[in-house]
Design a protein around this ligand. Structure first.
Ligand SMILES: C[S@@+](CC[C@H](N)C(=O)[O-])C[C@H]1O[C@@H](n2cnc3c(N)ncnc32)[C@H](O)[C@@H]1O
Length: 276
């Protein structure tokens, strides 16, 4: 009886949206067995062609994108001197935030945009769509650039897919960034950190991904350890269920200031953080 009830509840936990169907299941790191969190080679030819032609204006209607744009407007609008400098979009997908920031007149729209992505097909698409900007193939765990090269690092819906490497990624973001970090669409939990197998079915076919839901206190501890001070934290409207976990999981958006103290082994920022 309990099992049937659980199955019915899990049916409601699935997240049908206009264009994809998502199922999330609790797994152990052993079950993931060293696979990447996010497939680094993918997209059918049809999917790729569709992405290449997609009008970025359409994306402004996407709820997650709207939330990111609003969060940045509300929090970064108050920051002085961010209209210049380099912006790294870490895990940039098809690079659409380059255009989204311009269309939305975002405080970040005048920055020099760089996208970093593991997926070759997406990098190719990004270069076709936005030839005037810079797209680099790379892993968030080891970003190929000198320390403090970027003024702002923005990373939306990416860190969770780096699985047990998430601390390495925080350390690496802190190394390459000199001023502010915006992390968004990151699921956090009050429970112990756990791992999820995610099956996504969309017009591009079915794809399996793995991600981590990080314990909040542990996440905060590591931000502090690597000199990232939380200025604003906001709970996203985005929630999801996981088969095997009670309750819904929330995602978060964070604006962090690089504030490395003398006792960290990391280099101090070239330009000091601006007061707000
Ligand atoms: C859910 S998508 C988010 C895309 C985009 N940032 C957005 O918010 O729409 C996650 C992206 O992160 C990329 N990714 C996953 N793991 C990565 C890693 N270790 N380093 C760099 N990019 C990664 C994936 O290929 C994918 O494009």
């Amino acid at each position: 009886m309990g099992e049937v009830f659980e199955k019915i509840i899990n049916l409601f936990r699935r997240q049908p949206s206009s264009w994809m169907w998502v199922e999330n299941k609790l797994v152990t790191l052993n079950e993931i067995g060293g696979k990447h969190g996010y497939p680094d080679k993918r997209k059918t030819a049809k999917g790729k062609r569709l992405l290449e032609k997609l009008d970025p204006k359409v994306l402004l209607y996407d709820e997650a994108i709207k939330e990111n744009v609003n969060f940045i407007k509300l929090t970064c609008g108050r920051l002085r001197a961010i209209s210049k400098g380099r912006l790294l979009d870490l895990g940039c997908g098809g690079g659409d935030y380059y255009q989204i920031f311009k269309l939305a007149k975002s405080p970040l729209s005048k920055m020099e945009y760089f996208g970093c992505e593991i997926n070759d097909a997406l990098i190719k698409t990004a270069r076709i769509r936005y030839p005037k900007t810079h797209f680099i193939k790379g892993y968030a765990q080891e970003i190929d650039c000198p320390a403090t090269y970027y003024d702002i690092v923005f990373s939306s819906g990416v860190i969770q897919y780096t699985l047990q490497d998430w601390v390495k990624v925080i350390k690496e973001i802190s190394r390459v960034c000199s001023r502010y970090v915006i992390i968004s669409r990151l699921p956090l939990t009050d429970k112990k950190t756990f791992y999820v197998k995610q099956t996504v079915t969309s017009i591009f076919g079915t794809e399996v991904r793995f991600f981590v839901v990080i314990n909040k206190a542990d996440f905060k501890k590591n931000l502090k350890k690597y000199g990232l001070e939380a200025m604003t934290t906001s709970k996203s409207k985005e929630t999801f269920g996981v088969e095997g976990i009670k309750g819904l999981i929330s995602s978060y958006q964070l604006l962090l200031k690089v504030n490395r103290s003398k006792d960290t082994s990391l280099p101090r920022p070239v330009a000091a953080g601006t007061n707000i």
